[in-house]
Ligand binder design. Structure first.
Ligand code: C2O
Ligand code: CU
Length: 433
């Protein structure tokens, strides 16, 4: 399909129901959701993954782990109970299809929200890649052929299809821009806020390889949910959101005018995604060009340690039954597009074994210069006092730990949600014995 990504820019890509981002799926907590996926892609198998929702294993949509791909011309019906409530997303889990626009939001509404709000908007962050996505190895090969390997930081390689060195010992695909709700900054998405109201923004990072630092000019944000799960609201000026992460924030509308929601790339040098937040009737209808929210320069940035689940996170003090340390790295071969967990490259990697009922603790150390948003399927895990399903391991020996209760039997994928790192081997499978 061809979609308009702003002004006169079109993007020739693949999508769900002819739309990009894919259609919003919205249900109420506890309802049964049935989605039939009909594969009309040219010559490519596909699957759909319901990112964050602890579905039964057979519905999880991971090719080679929970199902065979849906072949062209065939269809498959996914069906499960949509719970718990939260902001989720769905996407293809086949190869590099995620970076072709096979993504969409999935909202499970709470029956009784723990925060008040008057209106809501979904904010989808995505990186735009024209052409066919290539693996890091393919991109590295092109760089070598171009003879430009390692020439300087943040340098965009000549030609549209070359990757660029991130300046962080890794390659980033050659993105054309960053979008909010499918629009480049030249023709930004517009969200309405009314004075005196409380607006809930559901922030969803459906990007393949971009982590953002996000803020809204003229406003602070009360973070009310992390990866869909309710937390005690915490007021911040900005937050970082990795691939696969979601945050819901409540914004009090008390600054009439036109403002910019800015989400800048934490790695790489693609210009920030921008959307306009507008109060109807305000004299100004467009924010100043290139506006940079104060919150991006100063103020309080959300940390994981600020997050407190409003639910009981249970036996936080209990000792885990099983504990495992994992090294995240690119070894000597980061620049060649290889990414590993404990020195092994999926699919040539040992499963991680758990037993039903066990409390499992995973400690990760990031021995690379890029960040890794690590995502576990089928479970929520505890990070500090919050429940999440994706946690960023910061670069340069950053550490991240999580604990979960093995309460959903099956084979569950665990991987870096940088699509290119995943594809290069940064994945494992948790297997229930
Ligand atoms: Cu968004 Cu393996 O998942
Ligand atoms: Cu990674």
């Amino acid at each position: 399909m061809e979609v308009n990504v702003g002004s006169d820019r079109t993007w020739d890509t693949w999508g769900y129901n002819g739309q990009y981002p894919g259609p919003e799926i919205r249900v109420t907590e506890g309802e049964r959701l049935r989605v039939t996926v009909e594969n009309r892609l040219p010559d490519a198998g596909t699957t759909v993954h319901w990112h964050g929702l602890p579905v039964p294993n057979g519905m999880d949509g991971v090719p080679g782990v929970t199902q065979a791909p849906i072949e062209p011309g065939e269809s498959m019906t996914y069906e499960y109970e949509a719970a718990p409530a939260g902001t989720y997303m769905y996407h293809s889990h086949q190869g590099l299809q995620l970076d072709r626009g096979l993504v969409g939001p999935l909202i499970v509404e709470e029956r009784t929200p723990h925060v008040d709000y008057d209106r809501e908007h979904i904010v989808i962050l995505d990186d735009l890649l024209s052409g066919t996505p290539k693996t890091l190895k393919e991109l590295a090969g092109e760089q070598e052929n171009g003879g430009m390997m390692g020439r300087g930081r943040n340098r965009r390689m000549e030609g549209r299809n070359r990757g660029m060195m991130s300046g962080m010992g890794g390659i980033i695909p050659p993105y054309d821009g960053l979008m909010i709700n499918g629009k480049l900054p030249t023709d930004p998405a517009v969200f309405e806020m009314r004075e005196g109201e409380r607006t809930r923004f559901r922030l969803v990072n459906l990007s393949s390889a971009t982590t953002y630092h996000l803020a809204l000019s003229g406003h602070r944000m009360h973070v009310s949910h992390a990866d869909g799960r309710p937390v005690d609201p915490v007021e911040v000026d900005s937050l970082q959101i990795g691939m696969g992460e979601r945050y819901d924030v409540i914004v009090e509308a008390k600054n009439p005018g036109a403002h910019t929601l800015v989400a800048g790339a934490v790695e790489g040098d693609v210009p920030p995604a921008r959307a306009t937040v507008r109060y109807p009737g305000a004299r100004r209808t467009r924010p100043p060009d290139g506006q940079v929210p104060d919150g991006l320069r100063a103020g309080r940035q959300l940390r994981y340690s600020d997050l407190r689940s409003v639910e009981t996170t249970g036996e936080a003090t209990e000792r885990p039954d099983r504990e495992r340390n994992l090294r995240l790295s690119g070894g000597m071969m980061m620049s060649r597009g290889e990414w590993s967990i404990d020195g092994q490259y999926y699919p040539d990697a040992d499963p991680l074994n758990v037993q039903k009922g066990q409390r499992v603790r995973i400690n990760m150390q990031n021995r690379s210069m890029m960040l890794h948003p690590m995502h576990l399927h089928g479970h929520f895990f505890q990070v500090g006092d919050a429940l999440k399903d994706t946690v960023i391991a910061e670069p340069h020996m950053g550490r991240a730990s999580f604990e979960f209760v093995a309460d959903n039997p099956g084979d569950w994928f665990f991987h870096c949600h940088n699509l290119y790192h995943l594809e290069a081997g940064m994945a494992r499978v948790f297997e229930y014995a």
